[in-house]
Design a protein around this ligand. Structure first.
Ligand code: FRU
Length: 499
Protein backbone atom coordinates (compact mmCIF):
# COMPACT_ATOMS: atom_id res chain seq x y z
CA UNK A 1 0.00 0.00 0.00
CA UNK A 2 1.19 3.48 -0.83
CA UNK A 3 0.84 6.55 1.31
CA UNK A 4 -1.60 9.06 -0.17
CA UNK A 5 0.10 12.35 -0.90
CA UNK A 6 -2.43 14.01 -3.20
CA UNK A 7 -5.39 15.11 -1.11
CA UNK A 8 -8.52 16.17 -2.97
CA UNK A 9 -11.55 17.55 -1.14
CA UNK A 10 -13.69 14.43 -1.80
CA UNK A 11 -10.90 12.28 -0.39
CA UNK A 12 -10.64 14.39 2.76
CA UNK A 13 -14.39 14.05 3.32
CA UNK A 14 -14.65 10.36 2.44
CA UNK A 15 -16.62 8.59 5.22
CA UNK A 16 -14.40 6.77 7.70
CA UNK A 17 -15.98 3.36 6.99
CA UNK A 18 -15.01 3.60 3.31
CA UNK A 19 -11.33 3.41 4.23
CA UNK A 20 -9.76 -0.06 4.28
CA UNK A 21 -8.56 -1.07 7.75
CA UNK A 22 -5.23 -2.01 6.19
CA UNK A 23 -4.62 1.62 5.25
CA UNK A 24 -4.95 2.74 8.85
CA UNK A 25 -2.74 -0.15 9.98
CA UNK A 26 -0.09 1.03 7.58
CA UNK A 27 -0.31 4.56 9.01
CA UNK A 28 -0.04 3.21 12.55
CA UNK A 29 3.03 1.18 11.60
CA UNK A 30 4.70 4.27 10.14
CA UNK A 31 4.27 6.20 13.41
CA UNK A 32 5.47 3.28 15.50
CA UNK A 33 8.78 3.11 13.66
CA UNK A 34 9.27 6.85 13.34
CA UNK A 35 12.31 8.45 14.99
CA UNK A 36 10.00 11.39 15.68
CA UNK A 37 7.50 9.35 17.67
CA UNK A 38 7.22 10.84 21.13
CA UNK A 39 7.52 9.10 24.48
CA UNK A 40 5.27 11.16 26.75
CA UNK A 41 3.34 13.55 24.54
CA UNK A 42 -0.12 12.74 23.24
CA UNK A 43 0.17 12.20 19.53
CA UNK A 44 -2.38 10.87 17.05
CA UNK A 45 -2.88 7.13 16.79
CA UNK A 46 -2.87 7.71 13.06
CA UNK A 47 -3.18 10.75 10.82
CA UNK A 48 -3.62 14.24 12.19
CA UNK A 49 -4.29 15.63 15.66
CA UNK A 50 -5.21 19.25 16.27
CA UNK A 51 -7.03 21.06 19.08
CA UNK A 52 -7.39 19.61 22.57
CA UNK A 53 -11.09 19.30 23.40
CA UNK A 54 -13.21 18.49 26.43
CA UNK A 55 -10.41 18.62 28.99
CA UNK A 56 -12.18 17.65 32.22
CA UNK A 57 -12.24 15.57 35.39
CA UNK A 58 -15.06 13.05 35.58
CA UNK A 59 -15.74 9.87 37.53
CA UNK A 60 -12.36 9.97 39.24
CA UNK A 61 -10.34 10.36 36.05
CA UNK A 62 -8.95 13.04 33.77
CA UNK A 63 -10.48 13.11 30.32
CA UNK A 64 -8.98 14.76 27.31
CA UNK A 65 -10.18 14.56 23.74
CA UNK A 66 -8.53 15.84 20.62
CA UNK A 67 -9.52 16.82 17.10
CA UNK A 68 -8.62 13.85 14.93
CA UNK A 69 -8.47 13.08 11.25
CA UNK A 70 -7.33 9.44 11.14
CA UNK A 71 -6.36 8.95 7.50
CA UNK A 72 -3.53 11.36 6.85
CA UNK A 73 -1.70 14.52 7.88
CA UNK A 74 -4.41 16.81 6.52
CA UNK A 75 -7.44 18.62 7.91
CA UNK A 76 -10.04 16.12 6.68
CA UNK A 77 -13.40 15.40 8.27
CA UNK A 78 -12.81 15.65 12.02
CA UNK A 79 -13.90 13.67 15.03
CA UNK A 80 -13.10 13.65 18.75
CA UNK A 81 -10.67 11.02 19.99
CA UNK A 82 -10.82 10.23 23.72
CA UNK A 83 -7.83 9.87 26.08
CA UNK A 84 -8.14 8.95 29.77
CA UNK A 85 -5.69 9.36 32.63
CA UNK A 86 -5.33 8.84 36.37
CA UNK A 87 -2.43 11.23 36.72
CA UNK A 88 -2.34 13.74 33.82
CA UNK A 89 0.80 12.04 32.55
CA UNK A 90 -0.07 8.47 31.56
CA UNK A 91 -2.83 8.74 28.99
CA UNK A 92 -4.66 5.67 27.67
CA UNK A 93 -6.10 5.81 24.20
CA UNK A 94 -9.76 5.04 24.66
CA UNK A 95 -11.70 5.38 21.41
CA UNK A 96 -13.44 7.81 19.14
CA UNK A 97 -15.97 9.66 21.27
CA UNK A 98 -17.76 11.67 18.60
CA UNK A 99 -17.82 10.79 14.93
CA UNK A 100 -19.09 12.93 12.05
CA UNK A 101 -22.14 10.73 11.60
CA UNK A 102 -25.16 13.03 11.96
CA UNK A 103 -26.72 15.60 9.60
CA UNK A 104 -25.55 18.30 12.03
CA UNK A 105 -21.85 17.39 11.98
CA UNK A 106 -21.45 15.65 8.61
CA UNK A 107 -18.36 17.69 7.71
CA UNK A 108 -16.64 17.55 11.03
CA UNK A 109 -17.12 17.27 14.76
CA UNK A 110 -15.30 20.47 15.61
CA UNK A 111 -13.83 21.73 18.86
CA UNK A 112 -15.58 22.12 22.16
CA UNK A 113 -15.44 21.44 25.85
CA UNK A 114 -16.75 19.16 28.59
CA UNK A 115 -18.03 19.52 32.11
CA UNK A 116 -19.19 17.11 34.78
CA UNK A 117 -22.89 17.46 35.53
CA UNK A 118 -24.13 15.15 38.29
CA UNK A 119 -23.16 11.61 37.26
CA UNK A 120 -22.43 12.36 33.60
CA UNK A 121 -20.01 14.28 31.47
CA UNK A 122 -21.62 16.92 29.28
CA UNK A 123 -19.86 17.56 25.98
CA UNK A 124 -20.53 20.64 23.88
CA UNK A 125 -19.04 21.05 20.44
CA UNK A 126 -19.53 22.53 16.99
CA UNK A 127 -21.01 20.53 14.16
CA UNK A 128 -19.58 21.63 10.85
CA UNK A 129 -21.80 21.14 7.81
CA UNK A 130 -21.18 22.14 4.20
CA UNK A 131 -23.90 22.41 1.54
CA UNK A 132 -23.55 21.70 -2.22
CA UNK A 133 -22.06 25.15 -2.72
CA UNK A 134 -19.59 24.36 0.05
CA UNK A 135 -21.10 27.05 2.27
CA UNK A 136 -20.62 26.42 5.98
CA UNK A 137 -23.34 25.93 8.57
CA UNK A 138 -22.23 25.75 12.20
CA UNK A 139 -24.45 24.02 14.73
CA UNK A 140 -23.68 23.97 18.45
CA UNK A 141 -24.30 20.44 19.64
CA UNK A 142 -24.31 18.46 22.85
CA UNK A 143 -23.69 14.93 24.03
CA UNK A 144 -23.62 13.00 27.33
CA UNK A 145 -20.99 10.52 28.36
CA UNK A 146 -21.72 7.99 31.11
CA UNK A 147 -19.34 6.23 33.48
CA UNK A 148 -18.90 3.39 30.97
CA UNK A 149 -17.50 6.07 28.70
CA UNK A 150 -20.32 5.65 26.24
CA UNK A 151 -21.29 8.84 24.50
CA UNK A 152 -24.78 9.67 23.32
CA UNK A 153 -25.35 12.68 21.13
CA UNK A 154 -28.29 14.97 21.87
CA UNK A 155 -30.24 14.72 18.63
CA UNK A 156 -31.40 18.34 18.37
CA UNK A 157 -28.85 21.16 18.05
CA UNK A 158 -28.52 23.29 21.16
CA UNK A 159 -27.95 26.36 19.02
CA UNK A 160 -29.14 26.18 15.41
CA UNK A 161 -27.63 29.35 14.03
CA UNK A 162 -25.28 32.16 14.88
CA UNK A 163 -27.11 35.23 16.15
CA UNK A 164 -28.03 38.01 13.78
CA UNK A 165 -25.01 40.07 12.79
CA UNK A 166 -22.61 37.08 12.89
CA UNK A 167 -21.46 34.60 10.24
CA UNK A 168 -21.21 30.81 10.37
CA UNK A 169 -17.59 31.17 11.43
CA UNK A 170 -19.06 30.39 14.82
CA UNK A 171 -17.48 27.59 16.80
CA UNK A 172 -15.58 26.09 19.74
CA UNK A 173 -18.04 26.46 22.67
CA UNK A 174 -16.52 26.44 26.15
CA UNK A 175 -19.07 25.64 28.87
CA UNK A 176 -18.46 26.38 32.50
CA UNK A 177 -20.37 26.88 35.68
CA UNK A 178 -20.55 30.50 36.79
CA UNK A 179 -22.35 31.39 40.02
CA UNK A 180 -25.64 29.50 39.74
CA UNK A 181 -25.76 29.22 35.98
CA UNK A 182 -24.00 27.71 33.02
CA UNK A 183 -22.13 30.07 30.75
CA UNK A 184 -20.65 29.39 27.37
CA UNK A 185 -17.99 31.35 25.52
CA UNK A 186 -17.77 30.79 21.78
CA UNK A 187 -15.61 32.04 18.91
CA UNK A 188 -17.38 34.20 16.35
CA UNK A 189 -17.08 36.50 13.38
CA UNK A 190 -19.25 39.56 12.77
CA UNK A 191 -20.92 40.19 9.41
CA UNK A 192 -18.17 42.72 8.76
CA UNK A 193 -15.62 39.93 9.35
CA UNK A 194 -14.27 40.96 12.71
CA UNK A 195 -13.35 38.45 15.39
CA UNK A 196 -15.46 38.28 18.56
CA UNK A 197 -16.22 36.12 21.56
CA UNK A 198 -19.91 35.64 22.35
CA UNK A 199 -21.31 34.62 25.71
CA UNK A 200 -24.44 32.50 26.20
CA UNK A 201 -26.22 31.43 29.34
CA UNK A 202 -28.33 28.44 30.28
CA UNK A 203 -30.05 27.03 33.35
CA UNK A 204 -30.39 23.42 32.30
CA UNK A 205 -27.92 23.17 29.39
CA UNK A 206 -30.78 22.70 26.91
CA UNK A 207 -31.81 26.27 26.11
CA UNK A 208 -29.10 28.76 25.49
CA UNK A 209 -29.70 32.49 25.63
CA UNK A 210 -27.29 34.95 24.04
CA UNK A 211 -25.98 37.49 26.53
CA UNK A 212 -23.76 39.37 24.09
CA UNK A 213 -20.13 39.95 23.18
CA UNK A 214 -17.46 39.46 25.78
CA UNK A 215 -15.70 42.78 26.41
CA UNK A 216 -11.99 42.37 26.95
CA UNK A 217 -10.41 44.83 24.53
CA UNK A 218 -11.26 47.91 22.54
CA UNK A 219 -9.08 46.78 19.64
CA UNK A 220 -10.18 44.82 16.60
CA UNK A 221 -9.59 41.10 17.11
CA UNK A 222 -8.65 40.10 13.56
CA UNK A 223 -11.19 38.35 11.31
CA UNK A 224 -12.14 35.45 13.59
CA UNK A 225 -11.55 34.35 17.16
CA UNK A 226 -11.07 30.60 17.57
CA UNK A 227 -11.04 28.55 20.75
CA UNK A 228 -11.87 31.09 23.48
CA UNK A 229 -11.51 29.86 27.06
CA UNK A 230 -12.46 31.95 30.05
CA UNK A 231 -11.00 30.60 33.27
CA UNK A 232 -10.60 31.99 36.76
CA UNK A 233 -7.17 31.99 38.33
CA UNK A 234 -7.43 33.08 41.98
CA UNK A 235 -10.77 34.61 41.00
CA UNK A 236 -9.17 36.70 38.30
CA UNK A 237 -10.57 36.11 34.81
CA UNK A 238 -8.08 34.94 32.21
CA UNK A 239 -9.18 34.69 28.59
CA UNK A 240 -7.15 32.39 26.35
CA UNK A 241 -8.02 32.74 22.68
CA UNK A 242 -6.80 32.69 19.09
CA UNK A 243 -7.51 35.96 17.26
CA UNK A 244 -6.85 34.99 13.64
CA UNK A 245 -5.53 37.80 11.49
CA UNK A 246 -4.81 40.05 14.47
CA UNK A 247 -3.05 43.27 13.49
CA UNK A 248 0.58 42.97 14.64
CA UNK A 249 0.50 46.54 15.93
CA UNK A 250 -2.04 45.44 18.53
CA UNK A 251 0.16 42.62 19.80
CA UNK A 252 3.33 41.35 18.25
CA UNK A 253 3.52 37.73 17.09
CA UNK A 254 5.20 35.77 14.33
CA UNK A 255 3.27 32.52 14.04
CA UNK A 256 0.71 32.31 11.25
CA UNK A 257 -2.06 32.73 13.86
CA UNK A 258 -1.51 33.74 17.46
CA UNK A 259 -2.66 32.09 20.66
CA UNK A 260 -2.96 34.90 23.20
CA UNK A 261 -4.30 35.72 26.63
CA UNK A 262 -5.53 38.69 28.62
CA UNK A 263 -5.88 38.90 32.41
CA UNK A 264 -8.55 40.98 34.11
CA UNK A 265 -9.12 42.02 37.71
CA UNK A 266 -12.69 40.67 37.80
CA UNK A 267 -15.48 39.52 35.53
CA UNK A 268 -18.70 41.50 35.40
CA UNK A 269 -21.45 39.21 34.22
CA UNK A 270 -23.93 42.06 33.73
CA UNK A 271 -21.72 43.99 31.33
CA UNK A 272 -19.79 40.89 30.15
CA UNK A 273 -16.61 42.78 30.85
CA UNK A 274 -13.26 41.37 31.78
CA UNK A 275 -12.54 44.40 33.97
CA UNK A 276 -9.16 46.13 33.71
CA UNK A 277 -8.08 43.71 31.03
CA UNK A 278 -4.37 43.60 30.31
CA UNK A 279 -2.85 43.96 26.87
CA UNK A 280 -2.74 40.82 24.75
CA UNK A 281 0.20 38.52 25.47
CA UNK A 282 1.45 35.46 23.58
CA UNK A 283 0.66 32.33 25.52
CA UNK A 284 3.75 30.68 24.12
CA UNK A 285 6.75 32.65 22.90
CA UNK A 286 8.00 29.80 20.70
CA UNK A 287 6.71 28.40 17.46
CA UNK A 288 3.98 25.85 17.40
CA UNK A 289 1.38 26.34 20.12
CA UNK A 290 -2.23 26.97 19.16
CA UNK A 291 -5.81 26.36 20.36
CA UNK A 292 -4.85 26.00 24.04
CA UNK A 293 -7.67 24.77 26.21
CA UNK A 294 -7.87 25.43 29.95
CA UNK A 295 -10.33 24.62 32.69
CA UNK A 296 -10.90 25.13 36.39
CA UNK A 297 -10.29 21.64 37.73
CA UNK A 298 -12.19 20.43 40.80
CA UNK A 299 -8.95 20.17 42.80
CA UNK A 300 -8.62 23.97 42.59
CA UNK A 301 -5.96 24.06 39.91
CA UNK A 302 -6.34 25.76 36.57
CA UNK A 303 -4.96 23.35 33.99
CA UNK A 304 -4.18 23.91 30.36
CA UNK A 305 -3.04 21.93 27.36
CA UNK A 306 -2.24 23.20 23.90
CA UNK A 307 -2.05 21.87 20.40
CA UNK A 308 1.62 21.81 19.31
CA UNK A 309 1.02 22.48 15.65
CA UNK A 310 -0.27 25.29 13.50
CA UNK A 311 -2.80 25.41 10.70
CA UNK A 312 -1.63 25.87 7.12
CA UNK A 313 2.03 24.95 7.76
CA UNK A 314 3.66 21.82 6.36
CA UNK A 315 5.53 19.76 8.95
CA UNK A 316 8.23 17.18 8.09
CA UNK A 317 6.24 14.31 9.65
CA UNK A 318 3.63 14.72 6.89
CA UNK A 319 5.98 12.59 4.81
CA UNK A 320 5.34 9.73 7.24
CA UNK A 321 1.59 10.25 7.13
CA UNK A 322 1.05 11.79 10.58
CA UNK A 323 0.96 15.20 12.20
CA UNK A 324 1.27 17.02 15.51
CA UNK A 325 0.96 16.39 19.23
CA UNK A 326 -0.45 17.99 22.37
CA UNK A 327 1.64 19.86 24.92
CA UNK A 328 2.26 18.51 28.39
CA UNK A 329 -0.34 19.63 30.92
CA UNK A 330 0.44 22.97 32.55
CA UNK A 331 -0.81 24.65 35.69
CA UNK A 332 -1.68 28.33 35.45
CA UNK A 333 -1.13 30.93 38.15
CA UNK A 334 -0.87 34.71 38.36
CA UNK A 335 1.90 36.69 39.97
CA UNK A 336 2.19 40.46 39.65
CA UNK A 337 -0.50 40.48 37.00
CA UNK A 338 1.47 38.08 34.85
CA UNK A 339 0.35 34.59 33.84
CA UNK A 340 2.74 31.81 34.85
CA UNK A 341 2.55 28.39 33.22
CA UNK A 342 4.28 25.47 34.90
CA UNK A 343 4.41 21.79 34.11
CA UNK A 344 2.00 19.99 36.44
CA UNK A 345 3.69 18.40 39.44
CA UNK A 346 2.62 14.96 38.18
CA UNK A 347 5.26 15.26 35.44
CA UNK A 348 7.71 14.12 38.12
CA UNK A 349 6.18 10.64 37.88
CA UNK A 350 8.02 10.20 34.59
CA UNK A 351 11.44 10.76 36.13
CA UNK A 352 13.95 7.93 36.10
CA UNK A 353 17.72 8.33 36.32
CA UNK A 354 18.96 11.52 37.88
CA UNK A 355 22.24 13.39 37.41
CA UNK A 356 23.39 16.62 38.98
CA UNK A 357 25.10 19.19 36.82
CA UNK A 358 27.23 21.81 38.48
CA UNK A 359 30.20 23.96 37.60
CA UNK A 360 31.60 27.20 36.36
CA UNK A 361 31.63 27.72 32.65
CA UNK A 362 34.59 29.47 31.12
CA UNK A 363 35.12 27.58 27.96
CA UNK A 364 33.64 28.90 24.76
CA UNK A 365 31.90 25.64 24.04
CA UNK A 366 31.14 23.50 27.06
CA UNK A 367 29.63 20.07 26.59
CA UNK A 368 27.16 20.01 29.43
CA UNK A 369 25.69 16.57 28.92
CA UNK A 370 25.31 13.84 26.34
CA UNK A 371 22.10 11.94 26.92
CA UNK A 372 21.44 8.63 25.19
CA UNK A 373 18.38 10.05 23.53
CA UNK A 374 16.21 13.13 23.44
CA UNK A 375 13.69 12.03 26.04
CA UNK A 376 14.55 13.98 29.16
CA UNK A 377 13.85 16.73 31.64
CA UNK A 378 16.53 19.30 32.35
CA UNK A 379 16.42 22.02 34.97
CA UNK A 380 19.19 24.57 34.73
CA UNK A 381 19.94 27.58 36.85
CA UNK A 382 22.39 30.07 35.43
CA UNK A 383 23.95 33.17 36.76
CA UNK A 384 21.88 35.80 34.97
CA UNK A 385 24.52 38.53 34.94
CA UNK A 386 25.92 37.30 31.69
CA UNK A 387 24.83 36.15 28.28
CA UNK A 388 25.25 32.97 26.33
CA UNK A 389 23.53 30.15 24.53
CA UNK A 390 22.32 26.71 25.41
CA UNK A 391 22.19 24.19 22.58
CA UNK A 392 19.85 21.22 22.69
CA UNK A 393 19.48 18.45 20.11
CA UNK A 394 23.08 19.28 19.08
CA UNK A 395 25.54 17.23 17.07
CA UNK A 396 29.01 16.35 18.43
CA UNK A 397 30.67 19.44 17.03
CA UNK A 398 27.79 21.69 18.03
CA UNK A 399 27.31 22.80 14.48
CA UNK A 400 23.62 22.06 14.54
CA UNK A 401 21.03 22.23 17.28
CA UNK A 402 18.16 24.11 18.83
CA UNK A 403 19.67 27.29 20.22
CA UNK A 404 18.39 29.17 23.25
CA UNK A 405 20.19 32.48 23.68
CA UNK A 406 19.88 34.61 26.75
CA UNK A 407 20.97 38.20 26.83
CA UNK A 408 21.32 39.79 30.23
CA UNK A 409 21.80 43.30 28.87
CA UNK A 410 18.45 43.31 27.18
CA UNK A 411 16.68 40.78 29.42
CA UNK A 412 15.61 38.66 26.52
CA UNK A 413 15.65 35.02 25.59
CA UNK A 414 15.40 33.69 22.09
CA UNK A 415 14.85 30.32 20.50
CA UNK A 416 16.50 29.72 17.15
CA UNK A 417 15.54 26.61 15.24
CA UNK A 418 17.21 27.52 11.93
CA UNK A 419 19.79 24.75 12.45
CA UNK A 420 17.63 22.30 14.33
CA UNK A 421 16.99 19.50 11.87
CA UNK A 422 14.73 19.69 8.84
CA UNK A 423 13.56 23.25 8.29
CA UNK A 424 9.83 24.01 8.09
CA UNK A 425 7.49 26.97 8.46
CA UNK A 426 10.42 29.18 7.55
CA UNK A 427 8.37 31.90 5.96
CA UNK A 428 7.24 32.78 9.50
CA UNK A 429 10.85 33.07 10.69
CA UNK A 430 13.14 30.69 12.56
CA UNK A 431 13.82 32.78 15.65
CA UNK A 432 11.48 33.86 18.41
CA UNK A 433 12.48 36.34 21.10
CA UNK A 434 10.75 37.02 24.39
CA UNK A 435 11.26 39.70 27.02
CA UNK A 436 12.07 38.62 30.57
CA UNK A 437 11.93 40.35 33.91
CA UNK A 438 15.35 40.87 35.43
CA UNK A 439 16.31 38.43 38.15
CA UNK A 440 19.58 37.09 39.60
CA UNK A 441 19.21 33.65 38.16
CA UNK A 442 17.89 32.48 34.86
CA UNK A 443 16.05 29.20 35.20
CA UNK A 444 15.31 26.95 32.28
CA UNK A 445 13.06 23.95 32.76
CA UNK A 446 13.17 21.84 29.65
CA UNK A 447 11.17 18.85 28.46
CA UNK A 448 12.61 17.21 25.37
CA UNK A 449 10.71 14.42 23.67
CA UNK A 450 12.35 13.29 20.41
CA UNK A 451 10.62 15.75 18.09
CA UNK A 452 9.35 18.37 20.48
CA UNK A 453 10.88 20.68 23.07
CA UNK A 454 9.04 22.74 25.69
CA UNK A 455 11.05 25.29 27.64
CA UNK A 456 9.64 26.93 30.78
CA UNK A 457 11.66 30.05 31.50
CA UNK A 458 11.98 31.60 34.98
CA UNK A 459 9.40 29.36 36.67
CA UNK A 460 6.93 29.62 33.85
CA UNK A 461 7.12 33.39 33.31
CA UNK A 462 7.27 32.47 29.66
CA UNK A 463 7.11 29.23 27.72
CA UNK A 464 8.82 28.53 24.41
CA UNK A 465 7.81 25.48 22.43
CA UNK A 466 9.07 24.04 19.18
CA UNK A 467 8.84 20.88 17.14
CA UNK A 468 12.28 19.62 16.07
CA UNK A 469 12.66 17.12 13.25
CA UNK A 470 16.21 15.78 13.35
CA UNK A 471 17.63 13.84 10.44
CA UNK A 472 19.94 12.10 12.89
CA UNK A 473 18.39 10.98 16.22
CA UNK A 474 21.91 10.78 17.67
CA UNK A 475 21.97 14.56 17.91
CA UNK A 476 21.39 14.57 21.64
CA UNK A 477 24.22 16.74 22.95
CA UNK A 478 23.69 19.69 25.22
CA UNK A 479 26.21 22.54 25.08
CA UNK A 480 26.65 25.85 26.81
CA UNK A 481 28.38 28.42 24.66
CA UNK A 482 29.71 31.88 25.38
CA UNK A 483 28.53 31.68 28.96
CA UNK A 484 30.87 32.58 31.78
CA UNK A 485 29.58 31.91 35.23
CA UNK A 486 28.14 29.36 37.59
CA UNK A 487 25.54 26.85 36.66
CA UNK A 488 23.69 24.18 38.56
CA UNK A 489 21.18 21.75 37.23
CA UNK A 490 19.34 18.48 37.34
CA UNK A 491 18.95 16.03 34.53
CA UNK A 492 16.45 13.18 34.48
CA UNK A 493 15.80 10.56 31.87
CA UNK A 494 12.06 10.17 31.49
CA UNK A 495 10.05 7.05 30.87
CA UNK A 496 7.46 6.54 28.16
CA UNK A 497 3.86 7.19 29.19
CA UNK A 498 1.92 4.10 30.33
CA UNK A 499 5.13 2.15 30.87
C1 FRU B 1 -8.69 25.57 15.52
C2 FRU B 1 -9.88 25.05 14.72
C3 FRU B 1 -11.18 25.28 15.47
C4 FRU B 1 -12.08 24.24 14.90
C5 FRU B 1 -11.12 23.08 14.72
C6 FRU B 1 -11.41 22.19 13.55
O1 FRU B 1 -7.52 24.91 15.21
O2 FRU B 1 -9.91 25.64 13.45
O3 FRU B 1 -11.68 26.59 15.35
O4 FRU B 1 -13.13 23.92 15.73
O5 FRU B 1 -9.84 23.64 14.58
O6 FRU B 1 -10.57 21.08 13.55
Amino acid sequence: MKLITEWTTPLRYKPYHHWPAAYQDMLEGAIQKSDWKQAFHIQPKTGLLNDPNGFSFYDGKWHLFYQAYPFGPVHGVKSWYHMVSDNLVDWEQHDYALLPDSPYDSHGVYSGSAMTVEDKLFLMYTGNVRNEKWERHSYQLGAWMNSDMQVEKITKPLIENPPEGYTHEFRDPQVFRYQDQYLMAIGAQTDSEKGAVLVYQSNELADWELLGELRYTTEEMGFMVECPNLVFVDNQPVLLFCPQGLDKDIASYQNIYPNMYVIGSSFNKESLAVENASDLVNLDEGFDVYATQAFNAPDGRVLSVGWIGLPEIDYPSFEEGWAHCLSIVKELSIKNQHLYQKPVIEMQELRQNHDILQGTAQAKNLLLYSPDNNVYELKLELDASTSGSLYLFADEQNKEGLKLSFDSKHDTISMDRSKAGIPFGESYGSIRTAALKRQDKLTLHIFADRSVCEVFVNDGYCVMTSRVFLKDPKQTHIFLQGFEGDYTGDFWTLREMNE
